[in-house]
Design a protein around this ligand. Structure first.
Ligand SMILES: [Zn+2]
Length: 108
C-alpha cells in the first residue's frame, strides 16, 4: 500500500498548528503528547496526481482518515466519519492508559 501520509518529522509543526491539531476530515483532536501521534499530514491533491508539498495542499489528517483515503475515494466517507473518529478515540484512550503511567513515573 502506498503511504501518502507524512509524519511530523517530514513537515514539522506548522501544518498541525495551523489546523489546531485537529483532523480536517473527522475532527479527531491530537492536542496532547499522546494523541498527536495519531495525526499525520495529508496531501489534498495526492503527490501521484501532481499535488505539491506546499502548505496550501497539506492538511492535518488522523491516521484513520489518511488510511481510509489511501484505500478508498471520498465518496462514502460522510456516513463513516463519526465511526472513524470514535474508533480512533478509543484506540487513543487505550494507548494513553498504556503509556501514561510511564510518562508520570518520577525520576529515580
Ligand atoms: Zn480523521
Amino acid at each position: 500500500m502506498a503511504k501518502t501520509g507524512k509524519s511530523i518529522d517530514d513537515y514539522g509543526l506548522p501544518i498541525y498548528r495551523r489546523d489546531k491539531w485537529t483532523c480536517q476530515y473527522c475532527g479527531f483532536r491530537g492536542h496532547d503528547p499522546v494523541t498527536f501521534r495519531f495525526l499525520s499530514v495529508d496531501h489534498v491533491v495526492r503527490k501521484a496526481d501532481g499535488g505539491p508539498d506546499a502548505p496550501s495542499n497539506l492538511v492535518t489528517a488522523c491516521r484513520a482518515c489518511n488510511d481510509y483515503f489511501n484505500r478508498r475515494s471520498f465518496s462514502g466517507f460522510e456516513e463513516k466519519r463519526e465511526a472513524i473518529r470514535e474508533r480512533l478515540e478509543l484506540e487513543a484512550d487505550a494507548f494513553r492508559r498504556l503509556v501514561e503511567p510511564t510518562l508520570r513515573r518520577p525520576e529515580m
